[in-house]
Design a protein around this ligand. Sequence first.
Ligand SMILES: NC(=O)c1ccc[n+]([C@@H]2O[C@H](COP(=O)([O-])OP(=O)(O)OC[C@H]3O[C@@H](n4cnc5c(N)ncnc54)[C@H](OP(=O)(O)O)[C@@H]3O)[C@@H](O)[C@H]2O)c1
Length: 330
Amino acid sequence: MSSLKAQRDLKFGIVGATGEVGRTMIEVLEERGYNLPNMRLFSSKRSAGSTLTFNSKKILVEELTEATMKEGFDFLLFSAGKEISKKFAPIAAAYGSTVIDNSSAFRMNHSIPLVVPEINAHILNGYQGIIANPNCSTIQLVLTLNPLHLHYNLKQVIVTTMQAVSGSGYKGINELKSQILDDNFKSNVYPRKIAYNCIPQIGPILKNAFSEEEMKMLDETQKIMNCSCSVDATTVRVPVTYGHSESVYAEFEKEFNLNDVKKILKNTPSIKVWVDYPTALETKGDDLSHIGRLRISHNGKGLLFWNVADNVRVGAATNAVKILEYFIHE
Ligand SMILES: NC(=O)c1ccc[n+]([C@@H]2O[C@H](COP(=O)([O-])OP(=O)(O)OC[C@H]3O[C@@H](n4cnc5c(N)ncnc54)[C@H](OP(=O)(O)O)[C@@H]3O)[C@@H](O)[C@H]2O)c1
């Protein structure tokens, strides 16, 4: 890692530090050897006053306020939800902070870069302001599709996701655990009971009959990969705590064969190709997008595979830290 001295001087903060993503960001920064003695941590009133540990040092969690956002940070990682980002990120950016935002608030804003560093970090060259981190189910998918797109030109994707409850933050995990313990525990986070069940709706169902999450997968894939491929998703919430699984069908403009596809994927550092298949429990805690069950469709036109990744890391915290890393290295 470049310049430890420069890191020591960085004015750095995490907004939403006590949440699933925020706590994982702290873990990822620590694992990657960051030395950030000026790290500040922010939450709502609920967790303000508690402490979190970074590099064996306890840090007091502060309540997020407009005044603190006006202090001007070198970098702020936001993961406190869309409404908080909409309100506070522009203030922070106006006062000189580079904001890496995990929410959906700015992702489809034309002037805001939507970044998966392995794919399009170059668009950050010379940029300062708000940067959007994509949706979790999209990041793991584009990590697998982009290397193939570069060779064969992606035309069409049909994907069904099986998304863990941690994708809804700590409230999702609590609802699953509570319903496993108590059959009558009321659903607050999800539209139906999540324990022992699968719910084919993530986010509201829109006028076009797709859910909000399904539209994010289409719009964000096109924006990140700078392509006009179609992405038809069915997004499903499943009673898994960590790890999103996706069943993917992809067609390309150019001809491909399975051996070359495997070679391309095996030579991509952010991907692990399994001889059989990965599962959510086996991939928790790492930063790779895992692939298995690679095969050609019966009509010979499509590639089918199974894709799993740790949603909180690959789909959020690690991607944000990799964006930060891009700036630090630059
Ligand atoms: N979980 C994932 O896999 C994932 C993946 C991609 C993107 N994201 C996005 O990342 C964001 C956070 O997700 P999460 O899963 O970490 O959620 P979470 O576990 O519910 O945590 C939410 C965090 O936001 C803080 N917060 C809530 N209201 C606040 C307020 N009024 N002012 C300041 N801080 C406030 C919470 O603080 P308290 O402790 O005080 O409540 C907590 O630190 C969301 O936008 C989500 O869509 C999540």
